[in-house]
Design a protein around this ligand. Structure first.
Ligand SMILES: N[C@@H](CCC(=O)N[C@@H](CS)C(=O)NCC(=O)O)C(=O)O
Length: 266
């Protein structure tokens, strides 16, 4: 039976799962959500994923959510090609990268995306009551608070500076690890490369890839990543033009401001 995937084209966590599916040559039945219309907060979806976020998969009648967990599940049930090293140390490096995403890196990326660009989508055509209702829909109270401030205040949000500093730290640590290995967590492409691909892509979409100028290994890694067939299938084919255009124009507009914040923050 085909895998059911509840996802969104531009959602970084969904991209992680689509990259793994593509790497494994697995098709899926798509349930593409409009996150701005809050499809993810509908009661019928909350029955599948009580966190009200994408992605979720259904495989063999089993419901699985949390992108890092889904990716390991997929690597277990579709072992070829293996995306976890058999070497325990390399596997530990892979896990260390993947867990960071759930420990602030994903939130930092969501913050810079909202502050620089996506806030305009949230506000467009809405009264302040309608906007408040949308923001109140976040299931996680911490996320609700953060996103409310990010949407209302943009790059002046108190969350912006630590978030951009966290992204810079990610790029610095990638640069250091890529000094030792050709891929993020060792000699072979792994779930760590998959996990980081959407977040580095986001830096590019937000026109902050000048950050690669002093991080040549990250730039070279990203070039290799973009040339892989799974990048075309799982990333490019699902990009939403309006999102890309908005991120590019607002990113360019904010470039000087972002540079200034980074100088102050790191
Ligand atoms: N830890 C979760 C995070 C999922 C997540 O935050 N998904 C975002 C898109 S990347 C989402 O659904 N946002 C909409 C919302 O929170 O309402 C995972 O890795 O699956």
């Amino acid at each position: 039976m085909a895998i059911e995937l509840y996802h969104n084209g531009m959602s970084t966590c969904s991209q992680k799962v689509r990259l793994t599916l593509a790497e494994k040559g697995q098709d899926f039945h798509s349930h593409h959500f409009n996150l701005r219309a809050r499809d993810q907060h509908k009661p019928e979806y909350l029955e599948l994923n009580p966190n009200g976020v994408v992605p979720t998969i259904i495989h063999d009648e089993k419901i699985i959510y949390e992108s890092a967990v889904i990716d390991e599940y997929l690597d277990d049930v579709f072992p070829e090609p293996a995306l976890r090293s058999t070497d325990p140390y390399e596997r530990s490096l892979m896990r260390r990268w993947v867990k960071q995403l759930d420990e602030g890196l994903h939130a930092a990326s969501a913050t810079i995306s909202a502050c620089i660009a996506f806030r305009y989508q949230f506000m467009e055509g809405k009264t302040s009551e309608e906007l408040q209702k949308t923001l109140d829909g976040y299931v996680n109270p911490e996320k609700r608070r953060r996103m409310t401030e990010n949407v209302l205040e943009g790059v002046d949000s108190n969350f912006f500076k630590p978030a951009i500093a966290r992204i810079v730290k990610m790029l610095d640590e990638m640069e250091a690890d890529l000094h030792r290995y050709p891929w993020i967590a060792g000699d072979a492409y792994s779930l760590a490369d998959i996990a980081l691909t959407p977040y580095v892509t986001r830096v590019v979409h937000l026109k902050q890839d000048w950050l690669f100028d002093t991080r040549p290994r990250v730039a070279a890694w990203f070039k290799k990543i973009c040339a892989r067939p799974n990048y075309e299938i799982a990333m490019r084919q699902w990009f939403i033009d309006d999102f890309i255009t908005l991120m590019a124009s607002k990113g360019k507009e904010n470039e000087a401001g972002v540079k200034k914040v980074i100088q102050e923050a790191v």
